[in-house]
Every structure is written in C-alpha cells, then in structure tokens.
Design a protein around this ligand. Sequence first.
Ligand code: MG
Length: 455
Amino acid sequence: MKRKYFGTNGVRGEIGDLFTPTFISKMSSAIAAFMESKGTMVIGSDGRVSSLFVKNSASSSFLASGIEVIDIGMVPTPLVQFAVTHLKTDFGIVITASHNPPQFNGIKVIDQDGIEVDLDKQKKIEDIYDNEQFNFVSWEKNTKVAEIDLKSEYINQITSFVDIDLIKKKKLTSIVDGGNAVGGLITPLLLRKLGVKVHSINCQIDGRFPGRGVEPLPENLETMAQASLFTQADFSVAHDGDADRAIFGDEKGTIFFGDKTIALFQRWILNNEQNRTFVTPISSSNIVVDIAEELGGKIIWTPVGCIYVSRKMIETNSILGGEENGGLFYAPHQSVRDGSMAAALMADILSKTTVGLSELVENLPQYHQKKHKMECSEQLKDIVMNYIMNNVQDAEEISTIDGVKIFFSDGWTLIRPSGTEPILRIFVESDSPEKAQKMLKEGINLINKGIKDSC
Ligand code: MG
C-alpha cells in the first residue's frame, strides 16, 4: 500500500522543508478528524530543538478539533505508548524523528492498544489530509491541555517484571549512553532503582546531539566501548533518539550489533516460558532459528518494521520479539520495542548467571553476514524481483514475506527493494566469511542478470 507521507515509523521531514507550521497543523488536524474529533489523547516529545514548536503546533490542532490533550512532556516513545494504555486514552502522538539528524522531526500516531496505527489507518489519515476534510469544533467546544508526569509509573511497571532482589545482590555496574536524548532521562534512574551502579555518558538532553551521532551505530559508540573497558562495567547500553532501541556492550568493551542481543534475550527469557515463539523480521540471522530449535520453540517471521512485529505478537500471543537494530519487544510490559525495558531485562539475565556477558555472547551460534546495495529504477524493481524468484537455484526454501529470502543449506540471501530509493538491497549470511562472500557475489550476479533481462 503506497503512502505519501507516512514512512516506516510515522511521518518524518526536515524542519522548514516538509515540516512547516502549516504542514504540522494540517497533518494533526487530519489525525484529529480521523479520530472523529472526540475523546482524549496523550502527547509527548523527544528532546530535539524543534520538538517544543512541533508539539505545541500539533496540540493546537487537537484542541481546535475538540480533543482533550494530556501532555506528558519530554519522554521516550515507549513511555507515550505506555501512557496510552495506562490512561486508557483514545490515541497518542509522539513528536520524534528517532535516529534522524537534528534538523528532522516527525509525528508517530499511536493507536488505543499502544501500537502505532496500521497502514490502512495511515492511508485514511493521508486521504483526509489531501482532501482537507478537517473537523474543527465551535469555540465553546475547544478543549484544554493537562500536564502529567508518568516517569515513575513507567519505571515501576518495568521493575515489576524483573527480580529486583537478585539484581541488587549481584551489585552490577553499567554504562548508559543516552545520546543526548530522552533515554538519558529514564534508563539511569531505572537501573539505579535496581541497585545497578550507573556511569552515564551523554545523558544531558541536547537536541543538537553533540555527544555522538544519534543512531547507536558502531562508529558512534567508541566512547561507550572505551568507558566499558576502563571501568570493566558488567554491561553497557546505548539508546537511539527516542529510546525505543537498545544496543549493548560487554565487560571487555565489545559492542554487539546485529542479532546477538535478541538471541540472548530469546535464549534466557523464553526458556522459562510455555509459549516459546519468537517474532522477528525476515532479515534476522539464523542465530534466532538455532536458538528456537534448541528451546523447542518456533520463529514467526514478519516483514521488516516494528509495527509488523508488534501486531504479529498480539495476533499470536507471543511474549517476545526482536529486531537486529536493537529493538526488543517484551509483551508482559508492552508489545512494542522498548529500550529501557531491554536494559532492565539485561540486568535480570546477568543477575542469574555466574559468567560475564562476553561469555554469554561467545556461546551463541556464530554466523557471518555481508550487505550490498545496487541501483535499480522504480519501473524495473518488480520485474527484477520476479526474475530473481524464478531463477534461483539450489534453494531449500523461498520466502516472499518482504522481498525474496532464499534459504540454502549453508545460509541465506535476502534481496529487498528499498521503499524510498531506487535501489535493491542484498543481505547474505553463512557459517564462514568465505561462503558469505561467495553468496554475495552470486546474489549480485543474479540481480545483474535480472536487470539485463528486464531492459
Ligand atoms: Mg527509535
């Protein structure tokens, strides 16, 4: 389903470009009209320089449309999602551009169940926007804003899902890198409540993100790695701009990317559960497949995107989901990714083992991945993808959940068209770097043949 304004996670744009006061006001009025101009909503924002203006601009449109606004201040995205279900409001809005550079901002729309609205609802909001079918109320029905601080309630709910006494006894030490963003307002407080000693980095809010790039990528987490090595902290954790993601490091200063953290959660959390299904996007590593086999559980694949994981978890009553970018979904708390919940669960896991985090990760299955992207025009994308599906050789299984994932006996290749650029992305994984390189070469050849054949 093609959408004009909504992307993978809400509507995003650059301030002064797409995100003008007029656009924000019209888009918020369209959301209000979709919600039939009644009821109550929660609004919260990240710590960007522009977030206050965007939030107030959006709030004005909701008030003019007759919707009661509850402003919960500067908070992580998962705290807004918690607030929607905790306060039983009709919907919620998060003003955030997550990991995008500081000049960007965005609007995420949260449904009554705390999960972002689905694609169908996004499309309906866009239609209202395009047709300007707004629904402003008369002056005597204009509503008001209530301000509430829910940080304590949110932290208390998270701590209720871990063994506080055991964690306190373990006397863990941690590094928290907030990225100058809203995660720094929650995770240090949360971990200290659990008796974990916290050394904080970049935990002062600064919407220009001077401490590091706002996305928790390897090149942005050097300081955290060095601090871990220096202090030998039991674990380190870094959040993105709205703290729905968490990337971890061990006591030796090694930062784990990809699927290692989610596999660790899968092994340690699902082992004690009846329902051992793990929900994850099709791009995830075979590590999660191996762990599912070890536990006698199963994997449920989804398209790439956190909304798909959340909705599938609800549909299948699954406890745990995970994304390789550091998204961890724990249903007893809420079926959305939550960086602070992930930090508390990591402390819980480490309180229950006698070995360090580095050893826990070393004991996971080891795979090697490679990535590449290739230019392919919008007109050719579908034709090339069809060619690939019909010309794959030696496949054990092919999945078309999102792009084409080809499972071989010794690894897999995933080819996905980008939703925003004229490119095809190719990911491969195998049990040796040589095999992964060979599979990448074969995948690139297949795409090239598809492009040539289609011209
Ligand atoms: Mg985020």
